[in-house]
Structures are given as C-alpha cells and as structure tokens.
Design a protein. Structure first.
Lengths: 116, 111
C-alpha cells in the first residue's frame, strides 16, 4: 500500500530564517506531488505541483520554492521566511493523471509552521 | 466567483439526523469530484469520490453530482458526534492536474 511521510510535524522559525520541508511517498511510482498551505480557519491553497522529476508548476507568486530531486521526494523551501508564511503545510500525492485517470489526493500529516 | 464554493457553516444537527452539505463549482469541464473530512489540527482524509451524474453511496455517506447544475452534495445519514469536523469539497480541474478545494463547511453533531 502507498504511504506518504512528511516532516517535521511542527516548526517554529524566526522571520528571515530559511525553511526546508520534506515529503516522501512509498509504494507508488511517478506520482503527482503537491504542496498546499492552509491558513488558520481557511481553505487549502495550492502552492506547487509536480508531474515528474524536476518538473515544478507554481500557483502563487511568493518567497517559497519547490523541488523534486527524486521521483517520490518533494521539498518545499524558502530562503527568508515572512510572518505571512505561517500556516499548516500539507504535502499530497495522486496517481499519474497523464493518461487521463481521476486519482484523488492523499495527504501527509502536515507541518504546522509558526514564523515569529 | 470562487472556483469551488461551500457554505462555511457551522451546520449543527442532532445525533441520528441527516446532515446535508452542498458545493458548487465553476469549471464546467471538471469530471472528478471529492469530499474530504478534516478534524481540527489534522490533515484532510478522503471519504468519497464521484465521477458520474447521480448518487453514489458508501455506508452512511451519499455523494450526489449534477454536472448540468455544477453542483455536488454530501449526505451523512445517522449522524454521530464523531462526524463533527470540517468537510471539504474538492474538484479536479479540466487539465487533470490541479485539485481545487472549497473553504469547507464545519459540521457539529450534537449528542
């Protein structure tokens, strides 16, 4: 069966510090990978998605970036955090949709980031 | 117009009642629709997928889809206090790569 690991679970970082969140998926190959952010009491905002190694699509201009160095690894980074970067960050995977399948998203446990 | 719209609630129902959650979407070409449940402080978990017009039942849950009206709903029968959570409607866009979420409806089931 497929599993998704996301870490750390919680993180408190000062403004201006760097960020690196990592996500890995097991039990599937060539997944679509996603980073979402959820502000307190709000819906899920799509930040980045990737359909393959090195292929990153950005949805919202901001000081965050994403990378996919391996098929089942997705990394979210920032060089300098802002207060507005606080939130609940969720990594998710879905099956390969290039052939037109309709695979739902499956989420990791999330990282709660507080920028102070 | 938001891409996926839901009433934010809260929706409060007594234990044993039917909870009805509604969602509308703007992308007329969308073919895949999902309902997720999110407990406070936790990540969303998939509870229903629906791809064709009509009803789809899974235990106490029934999803309903009307593509002509661009409307999706979720019925929860025999609601339990453990069903108290935020329910997120999600739509896979026409391109098939992006899933767009509504803001969620908070449901409270009173014992």
């Amino acid at each position: 069966s497929q599993t998704i690991h996301q870490w750390p679970a919680t993180l408190v970082q000062p403004v201006g510090s760097p960020l690196s969140l990592e996500c890995t998926v097991e039990g599937t190959s060539n997944p679509n990978l996603y980073w979402y952010r959820q502000a307190a009491g709000r819906g899920l905002q799509l930040l980045f998605y990737s359909v393959g190694i090195g292929q990153i699509s950005s949805e919202v201009p901001q000081n965050l970036s994403a990378s996919r160095p391996q098929d089942r690894q997705f990394i979210l980074s920032s060089k300098k955090l802002l207060l507005s970067d606080s939130g609940f960050y969720l990594c998710a995977w879905s099956g390969d949709t290039s052939a037109g399948s309709n695979s739902p998203l499956h989420f990791g446990n999330g990282t709660r980031l507080t920028v102070t | 117009q938001k891409e996926v719209e839901q009433n934010s609630g809260p929706l409060s129902v007594p234990e044993g009642a039917i909870a009805s959650l509604n969602c509308t979407y703007s992308d007329r070409g969308s073919q895949s629709f999902f309902w997720y449940r999110q407990y406070s402080g936790k990540s969303p978990e998939l509870i229903m997928s629906i791809y064709s017009n009509g009803d789809k039942e899974d235990g106490r849950f029934t999803a309903q889809l009307n593509k002509a009206s661009q409307y999706v709903s979720l019925l929860i029968r025999d609601s339990q206090p453990s069903d108290s959570a935020t329910y997120l409607c999600a739509v896979l866009n026409t391109g098939g790569f992006k899933t767009i979420f509504g803001a969620g409806t908070r449901l409270f089931v009173k014992a």
